[in-house]
Write a protein that binds this ligand. Structure first.
Ligand code: FDA
Length: 396
């Protein structure tokens, strides 16, 4: 049987980082990857340019049942550490918006960097290698059965990711292993995912398909101010993806279409200053015209041709409230088919926040997305993968 110090399951961001750091410490490392190539999500990410980290990483950018869990790992391998790697490999990059760092060229450069670092320290990577069964051995190590044979290791690192986008490797294997070794696995759901709609909203979204604007979107005491995008399927764009991670089925989301403005006060002023103007014309200066047309049909179909002077104050106030507080109930989300991340997963209670080692089974580690730590949109998920991979890589 082939023996290694460390076997890592999954050659994604977290698994490769862990393998490299362990390799740098002189450990013999095997990475088993069931896909035909490594780092598929890295390759697909950021529209092919990989949003590999964020300049403003804070623990508050992460969702977890234990919001403190991520702090230790994030503080010991920071965004600056990863930026150093990227610079050392001469990968040109830029800040797109809100601290989000992207490659100027291609995500392939990040995968090439990870492969070069792996090779430099003798990490062995097996693709098309599907994990079938793991058993703990009497010597404290692990027997790992795959479609390519059996291997033995002293440490076993589960970096098999979440359920999102099965065609890019999403699998429930990590959760099964966690349960096998007595860990609690928290319910999973799709995050950073577009909303779907039904009924009246379907017509609205179809009519507005392609319209985007900046807005503030809220749900369950969280708010994100970024672009929203209407699509023929529903609601998308960064602000919608962000809030989807906080949304539960049945919840409404609230859109503030004029986040810089108290619409009630502003419309009252405009009624005095521009009494002859139509509400449609006034709003059309600040919001996409196609959106204003639809809002008009929804909110003031009887006053389409009424100048502001003819509007009763109460009616104007009602529209103002809707503009700052448009409440919509999505039917659901597009689910794992398009979700960027999986919320929930291996309960952090059962893991050391310093090393990611299982408290139940010495030598077993869980890193990356399989753990109940999920970042906001904007490079935070990769930073968690690098940081948690680094934390385990230092001790396996
Ligand atoms: P990841 O899923 O990357 O890797 C797990 C690996 O394990 C896979 O290669 C899989 O094939 C393998 N595996 C699973 N089961 C196995 C088994 N039984 N045997 C062997 N191997 C197995 N984040 C971000 O910060 N910036 C961004 O720009 C983007 N963009 C983005 C776009 C898209 C389309 C998606 C789907 C996701 C993103 N993300 C992102 C999220 C980010 O990709 C994600 O959080 C990390 O890739 C998670 O890294 P992991 O290594 O934990 O899992």
């Amino acid at each position: 049987m082939n023996k290694y110090d460390v076997i890592v399951i999954g050659a994604g961001a977290a698994g490769l980082m862990c393998a490299i750091i362990a390799g740098q410490r002189g450990r013999s490392v095997l990475v088993v990857e069931r896909a035909n190539k490594v780092g598929k999500k890295i390759l697909m990410s950021g529209g092919g340019r990989c949003n590999f980290t964020n300049l403003y990483v804070e623990p508050s950018n992460y969702l977890s049942t234990n919001p403190h869990f991520c702090k230790s790992a994030l503080s010991r391998f920071t965004q600056w550490d990863f930026i150093d790697w990227v610079n050392r490999h001469g990968i040109a990059h830029h800040e797109k918006t809100l601290g989000q760092l992207f490659c100027d060229g291609s995500s392939k450069q990040i995968v090439a960097m990870l492969l070069a670092e792996s090779e430099a320290v003798g990490v062995e990577i097996r693709t098309h290698c599907d994990l079938q069964k793991v058993t703990a051995e009497d010597d404290g190590g692990f027997n790992v059965q795959t479609n390519q044979g059996q291997y033995h290791s002293t440490s076993l690192v589960v970096a098999s990711g979440g359920l999102s986008i099965p065609t890019l490797g999403g699998s429930g294997m990590g959760y099964q292993l966690a349960e096998q070794f007595g860990h609690q696995v928290l319910p999973q759901r799709a995050g950073l995912v577009p909303f779907t709609v039904t009924d009246q909203l379907t017509t609205l979204c179809t009519e507005l398909s392609g319209v985007s604007l900046e807005a503030a979107v809220s749900c369950n005491n969280e708010q994100f101010r970024e672009s929203i995008l209407f699509t023929h399927r529903g609601l998308s764009g960064p602000a919608m993806l962000q809030i989807s991670s906080y949304w539960q089925p049945g919840d409404s989301i609230v859109i503030d279409l004029l986040p810089d403005c108290d619409a009630a006060q502003w419309l009252a002023e405009q009624k005095q200053q521009q009494p002859k103007v139509l509400l449609r014309s006034l709003l059309g200066k600040y919001l996409p015209k196609r959106l204003v047309q639809q809002l008009q049909q929804l909110w003031w179909p009887q006053r389409v041709n009424s100048p502001l002077a003819e509007w009763p104050s109460e009616a104007l106030l009602q529209v103002a409230k809707q503009l700052n507080h448009w409440s919509l109930k999505p039917a659901g989300t597009e689910g794992y088919r398009t979700a960027e991340v999986t919320l929930g997963g291996v309960n952090t209670d059962g893991l050391s926040s310093k090393t990611m080692e299982s408290k139940q089974q010495p030598g077993l580690y869980f890193i990356g997305e399989v753990v109940d730590v999920t970042g906001h949109l904007g490079g935070f998920n990769f930073q968690w993968a690098w940081a948690s991979g680094y934390a385990a890589g230092q001790v396996v």
